[in-house]
Design a binder for this molecule. Structure first.
Ligand SMILES: [Zn+2]
Length: 106
């Protein structure tokens, strides 16, 4: 079976989104046909960037089960996995310092 262009149904598909060369490069045409790539983003659980920061940093050190639980929780809430003030080692005062500045600002 030879796939034909989803737009003009005449030419052979040789561009992404099931379009022929001339349709793909015709202004406005490819915008009407969303990407068919299985690598395109879809559904939940596959996001990056732009996620809101978690409401508070964690004191759990990296690699600990506690930290993993925190990451899981953040992923579930669609928050950024890492907070800039997360503890970077056991006993790191960074999260506490951060929360102190937050309390002052509030
Ligand atoms: Zn076409």
């Amino acid at each position: 079976m030879i796939a034909t262009c989803r737009h003009c149904s005449k030419s052979k598909v040789n561009r992404p989104r099931g379009l022929c060369w001339s349709c793909y490069y015709t202004p406005g045409v490819k915008e009407m046909f969303p990407s068919t790539s299985k690598y395109a983003r879809r559904g939940v659980g596959n996001f990056s960037g732009n996620a809101p920061l978690p409401s508070a940093p964690t004191t759990a050190a990296p690699g600990t089960p506690e930290k993993l639980a925190v990451l899981e929780q953040r992923a579930k809430l669609k928050q950024a996995l890492f907070h800039p003030a997360d503890a970077r080692f056991a006993g790191d005062a960074r999260p506490h310092e951060f929360l102190k500045t937050q309390a002052v600002a509030a």
